[in-house]
Design a protein around this ligand. Structure first.
Ligand code: ATR
Length: 272
């Protein structure tokens, strides 16, 4: 029987994951099915169990709004997923147990590596304090920025997140009004771009040669990317992160790593 995987989300219709995983399988000469599944928002566990028990699914990717449900459902959770507070990859083990992992953070830093963007010794500003940001802070801090500030509309959430990661580096949290000085790398981990909004950043917060990375992607630059470009920064979207987190998930399931070099261009070309 052909190995079956799926991405779970609600909504899920516009997910690029099937296209990506099918490209990986093609490249590696493997035969697998990768589909979408949309359980009701209040029953991720039921939906995933049915996928495993009735369809013999071997693993799943998990996206909004189910990443925390997936963390609760997994029998064994990796350290990085525990730290992220979320699972984006579920693996049905040969021992019958369900393993939960999170490849979002490693996907993001691999995309930065690929694009020659270093965090080492840099001043890094992270916007937002929701699940998306929590998911990437561990791998970000592993790259040894000189300082990392989390800025959020609701400052208390940024402060709480900074405390959670305080042991791993020089991390602080605050509101946008607390953002002072210039920053080498600014990561937009808010959902503002999805509603066409721009986080209220001070106009002079970008250092010379700054990189502005939006975790959101699309055919057009996001408001944050447009703003950053206007102010002289290099603006990057999150499509590369999507590709890299998927490649890491593929590795977990299949024990083979796809070569993403050609896939990035393929995905970019398919965005309309
Ligand atoms: P996700 O899982 O994508 O992180 P979330 O947990 O709902 O989603 O978090 C969304 C984040 O985007 C929050 O940090 C939110 O700020 P608040 O905590 O202050 O609500 C941020 N956000 C959403 N819309 C925004 C906007 N227009 N400007 C600035 N920040 C915004």
């Amino acid at each position: 029987m052909t190995a079956l995987y799926a991405v779970f989300g609600n909504p899920i219709k516009h997910s690029r994951s099937p296209q990506l995983h099918q490209a990986f399988a093609r490249q590696l000469g493997e035969s697998l099915r990768y589909e979408t599944r949309q359980p009701p928002v209040d029953d991720f566990a039921g939906g995933f169990r049915a996928f495993v028990e009735q369809e013999q699914g071997l693993g799943g990717n998990v996206t909004v709004p189910f990443k925390e449900d997936a963390l609760r459902l997994a029998d064994v959770v990796s350290e990085r997923a525990r730290q992220a507070g979320a699972v984006n990859t579920l693996i049905v083990g040969k021992d019958g147990r369900l393993y939960g992992d999170n490849t979002d953070g490693i996907g993001l830093v691999r995309d930065l590596d690929r694009q020659g963007i270093s965090l080492e010794g840099k001043r890094v500003l992270v916007l937002g304090a929701g699940g998306a940001v929590r998911g990437i802070l561990g791998p970000f801090l592993d790259r040894h920025p000189a300082v990392l500030m989390i800025a959020n509309r609701t400052a208390a959430k940024a402060q709480a997140l900074a405390e959670l990661f305080a042991e791993q580096g020089n991390v602080s949290g605050g509101g946008y009004d607390d953002v002072t000085g210039q920053w080498d790398v600014v990561l937009n981990g808010t959902s503002a771009s999805l509603s066409g909004a721009l986080p209220p950043l001070p106009v002079d917060c970008l250092a010379d040669g700054a990189v502005a990375y939006d975790m959101v992607y699309g055919a057009e630059p996001t408001p944050f990317m447009a703003w950053a470009s206007e102010h002289g920064a290099t603006a990057v979207d999150g499509l590369g992160m999507l590709v890299e987190q998927a490649a890491e998930a593929y590795l977990l399931w299949r024990n083979k790593r796809p070569d993403t070099a050609t896939i990035h261009a393929e995905m970019r070309a398919s965005l309309t």
